[in-house]
Design a protein around this ligand. Structure first.
Ligand code: AMP
Ligand code: MG
Length: 407
C-alpha cells in the first residue's frame, strides 16, 4: 500500500497530452483551447454610435436646449453596415443609427429623442447640448489589437464562444477528446428500469462515470457491465486497450474471490504501477499502463467510485486535454472531521463563503456505500492521516466539484 502523495506522483509521470485538432466554432463547446486567442483587430473595430440619433459637431450644439434649439442641416444617413462617407462641416448633421460608423468631422451623437426626429426635412432641431464623445463607442476602448483574449488551456463555454465569434474565429485549435472505455463488474448488477431480484442491485457507477466523462468533455467509446468472469473481462479489455486513451473500471479489483479485474489487467500485459492506496474510501485502487492507454481500476462501492473518479481520474483527463494541474485550497471546518490513523480520508461536503472566509463541513453520511452523501455536496474534503481529530475551526483541503459553485 502506498500513500496518496506517492500515488499522485506516479500518475503525474505517466500523464500524456492528447494532440490537437481543428474544429468549427459551433462544435467547440467544452473543448480546451490549444492556443491563445488573440484580438485580430481592436474592439470596437471603428468609432460607432451607441444610440439612434444624429452625428453632430459638439461645438455646433453649444447652448442648445428645448427652449432654444439649434438648427442643423441633415446631409445624409449612416446606418449599421452602410457607413456614410460624407464629411460633416459646420452646421451639418447626419442621421446615425446604433452600430453605424461615426462620419468624419463628427465628435458626438445626439439621441433622436432630443431632436425633431428622423424625417425628410433637411432642417433638424437639436434640443440639447452634446458633450464631445457623447454616445460614441470609441475604436479600441474595450480591446486593443493583439491583446490576448483567452488563454490556451481554457475550456470553451458560452462567453468564450461568444468572444471567438466576436473576433471572427470560425474555427479553433482545440485538444482532441480523450477516448474512454468504462466498465463495471458484478453478477449482482442490474440496469435501472429493469426489475430487480433479491441480492441484486442497480448499476449506478457507470451512470455517474458517463455523466462525468460528458462533463469533462471526453468521449465514451466503450461501455459495458460485465459478469464476474475472466472471459468477458478479457474480451472487453483487450479491445478497449487497442482503441482507447483511458480505461476506467468499477468494482472487482479488491480481495474478493470473484475480483478478477486486476488479474485480467495483468494477463493482458498491463504494467501495474500500484494497487492499493492508503485512502478511505477506495483503498484497492489500481493504476497501470498499456502501450498507449492509462488504466484505472476503481473499487465498486459507489462513493469510492465517484470520489475515486474525481480525485484520480478527473485531474488526469483534464491534463491530457491540455488543462492545468488542479490545486486544492484550504477551508475552515465548522464541524469535526473524522481523521484516519493511516489512511488519507476523503468525504463529500459543502463549502460556502461566510464573513470573507471559505467554510466547509463534511457530509454526515460517511459509509462508502452511501451515495446520498454526494447529494447537495459541492466539494470533496480531504485530510492526511493523523492520530488526532480535526475540529471546528481547523483548516482542511477541499476541491470544489468543477461544475459546482460555493453555496
Ligand atoms: P466490489 O468492488 O466489486 O467488491 O464492489 C463493492 C460494492 O460495490 C459491492 O457492494 C457492489 O455490489 C457495489 N458495486 C459494484 N459495482 C457497482 C456499480 N456499478 N454500481 C453500484 N454499486 C456497485
Ligand atoms: Mg464485485
Amino acid at each position: 500500500m502506498i500513500s496518496v502523495k506517492e500515488a499522485k506522483s506516479i500518475i503525474n509521470q505517466k500523464i500524456f497530452r492528447l494532440g490537437s485538432e481543428i474544429v468549427q466554432l459551433n462544435n467547440s463547446t467544452q473543448r480546451l483551447l490549444s492556443e491563445d486567442i488573440i484580438a485580430k483587430f481592436p474592439s470596437p473595430h471603428f468609432n460607432n454610435s451607441a444610440m439612434d440619433g444624429f452625428a453632430v459637431r459638439s461645438l455646433d450644439t453649444i447652448g442648445a436646449s428645448k427652449e432654444n434649439p439649434v438648427t442643423l442641416k441633415n446631409i445624409g444617413i449612416s446606418s449599421a453596415g452602410i457607413p456614410s462617407n460624407l464629411v460633416l462641416n459646420k452646421g451639418e448633421c447626419i442621421q446615425c443609427m446604433t452600430g453605424a460608423k461615426i462620419p468624419s468631422g463628427s465628435d458626438a451623437v445626439v439621441i433622436v429623442e432630443d431632436t425633431t426626429g428622423f424625417s425628410d426635412n433637411p432642417n433638424v432641431k437639436i434640443m440639447i447640448e452634446a458633450l464631445p464623445e457623447s454616445h460614441i463607442r470609441k475604436k479600441g476602448e474595450e480591446i486593443k489589437k493583439g491583446d490576448i483574449l483567452i488563454n490556451k488551456g481554457t475550456r470553451m463555454k458560452p462567453s468564450e464562444i461568444g468572444i471567438c465569434a466576436t473576433f471572427g474565429y470560425g474555427e479553433l485549435k482545440v485538444s482532441k477528446k480523450p477516448k474512454i472505455a468504462i466498465f463495471g463488474t458484478g453478477n449482482e448488477l442490474v440496469e435501472p428500469g429493469k426489475n430487480i431480484k433479491e441480492g441484486e442491485i442497480y448499476n449506478s457507477n457507470l451512470y455517474v462515470f458517463s455523466d462525468l466523462v460528458k462533463k469533462i468533455g471526453g468521449s465514451v467509446l466503450m461501455k459495458d457491465v460485465l459478469k464476474d468472469d475472466k472471459e468477458h473481462l478479457e474480451s472487453f479489455l483487450s479491445e478497449a486497450m487497442e482503441s482507447c486513451d483511458l480505461v476506467i473500471s468499477s468494482g472487482g479489483v479488491s480481495m474478493g474471490r470473484f475480483d478478477y479485474v486486476r488479474d485480467v489487467f495483468l494477463d493482458l500485459g498491463v504494467e501495474e504501477h500500484f494497487w492499493k492506496v492508503a485512502q478511505k474510501p477506495g483503498k484497492p485502487l489500481f493504476f497501470g499502463t498499456g502501450d498507449k492507454t492509462l488504466i484505472f481500476g476503481l473499487p465498486g462501492n459507489p462513493v469510492s467510485s465517484y470520489i475515486g473518479f474525481m480525485v484520480w481520474v478527473w485531474p488526469v483527463l483534464n491534463e491530457m486535454m491540455g488543462g492545468n494541474r488542479i490545486k486544492s485550497f484550504k477551508a475552515e471546518l465548522t464541524e469535526p472531521f473524522p481523521l484516519e490513523k493511516i489512511k488519507y480520508r476523503y468525504l463529500f461536503g459543502k463549502a460556502w463563503v461566510e464573513d470573507g472566509k471559505v467554510r466547509c463541513k463534511p457530509s454526515k453520511k460517511s459509509g462508502s456505500h452511501m451515495l446520498t452523501s454526494s447529494l447537495n455536496a459541492n466539494c470533496i474534503l480531504g485530510a492526511e492521516p493523523s492520530g488526532r481529530q480535526l475540529n471546528s475551526g481547523d483548516l482542511i483541503d477541499i476541491n470544489l466539484l468543477p461544475w459546482e459553485t460555493m453555496k
